[in-house]
Design a protein around this ligand. Structure first.
Ligand SMILES: Nc1ncnc2c1ncn2[C@@H]1O[C@H](COP(=O)(O)OP(=O)(O)O)[C@@H](O)[C@H]1O
Ligand SMILES: [Mg+2]
Length: 357
């Protein structure tokens, strides 16, 4: 059955539309007239947008087929002013038997993806992932944390029960990423466990395995403001997968002498891999951790880091309260919102929110 229909779109508070729905109570829907470019007209009186096929103003004619297609919409001036979308906005239309879902945000990448990397263990990668994750949630951001370390410390600090599915199910067994996500009080999590060690061997012989995580993230149904990846302490396939998907890299570095050993090599390796994989990391920053200004060596290493590397403005001081992470699955802000770690990580979260703004 062919029909014509206006699409009503309600503006949200920010006058931005991310998704609009057109309910079609008919089975077997399909786009009939296959327009490549659609015109959107804004009708101020009814605060609605009308989709039209072309300049002649023919409305889009649809039937159901359960597909999703990308269309380039030409938006008229009023819509551009009201929404801030581009004149030629790429729009994804999902057609199901029950409804048509129109997603205006196709070209805008919604989530900022940050990988927490250092090939050394014990430098504060997992702690940083957890504290940034819960800190961003406190700022009303939607956050997904991903544990890609077979040691699974992040999973342990966040979950009381052994997870049924883990990152291995996504990367090796190609399970739907949306079924692996576990919701916690503080953030959503893709867990890990020791089996991931075996998974690497299964994957390395295959082609194109460095893109598996990125491909899976493209299939996320929930929209996250931030995705933070806790990486293993080596340049293995999982670190490469994280790198491939990332916008930013944060390198926690202890302010102690041994920490400097290997930092140059780490940054060189990251740069080389970025070039080889042709990935565009917007920024790679060193985060000084476990700073203790009472100790001369800690202060000196901190100064050295600031002079020789691109560092974050925020630093993380030593704080014994961090040892309690994972005890009751509480965040550092729930453990003690006034401890030095809570204050320092809150500052870091504020800094992260300003990236790119
Ligand atoms: N700022 C800090 N002050 C004191 N202890 C810390 C700090 N950051 C991390 N730790 C502790 O150091 C240990 C290693 O931290 P973790 O985050 O697991 O490192 P990684 O993930 O790099 O191996 C943990 O016991 C953690 O509680
Ligand atoms: Mg860790």
């Amino acid at each position: 059955m062919i029909f014509e229909k206006k699409i009503n779109i309600i503006f949200n508070k920010k006058n931005k539309i991310s998704t609009a729905y057109l309910n079609i109570p008919i089975k077997g829907i399909k786009i009939m007239n296959e327009p490549k470019i659609l015109k959107c007209f804004y009708n101020q009186k009814n605060n609605e947008i009308i989709l039209k096929k072309d300049n002649e103003g023919q409305p889009l004619i649809v039937q159901a087929n359960g597909n999703s297609k990308l269309y380039r919409f030409t938006l008229d001036k009023e819509i551009i002013e009201k929404t801030g979308y581009k004149k030629n906005q790429l729009v994804k239309i999902d057609i199901t038997t029950e409804q048509i879902k129109i997603n205006f945000n196709q070209e805008e990448k919604m989530s900022k993806i940050i990988s927490i990397i250092n090939f050394k263990g014990g430098v504060g990668k997992t702690t940083t992932t957890h504290c940034i994750g819960s800190g961003l949630t406190l700022q009303n951001k939607k956050v997904l944390l991903i544990d890609t370390d077979p040691q699974a410390s992040l999973t342990f600090t966040a979950l009381s029960e052994t997870p049924k599915l883990t990152i291995k199910d996504i990367l090796v067994d190609q399970k739907n990423i949306n079924n692996v996500i576990v919701e916690t009080e503080n953030f959503d999590l893709i867990p890990s466990n020791l089996i991931l060690n075996l998974a690497e061997r299964q994957l390395t012989s295959k082609f194109g395995t460095e893109k598996l995580l990125k491909k899976a993230l493209n299939k996320l149904e929930k929209t996250y403001d931030y995705i933070i990846i806790d990486c293993p302490p080596s340049m293995n396939l999982f670190t490469i997968n994280a790198l491939y998907a990332s916008d930013y890299i944060l390198i926690p570095c202890e302010t102690e002498l041994l920490a400097l050993d290997g930092l140059n090599l780490l940054i060189q390796t990251l740069e080389q891999t970025e070039e080889e994989l042709d990935v565009k990391i917007k920024n790679t920053l060193v985060l000084p951790t476990k700073l203790d200004k009472r100790k001369k060596v800690s202060k000196e290493i901190f100064e050295h880091l600031k002079e020789n590397f691109k560092t974050t403005i925020s630093t993380i001081r030593t704080c014994s309260k961090l040892n309690l992470l994972g005890l009751d699955k509480n965040s550092i802000y729930q453990i003690d919102s006034t401890c030095t770690a809570a204050i320092d990580y809150k500052n870091l979260v504020g800094e992260i929110i300003k990236w790119d703004c």
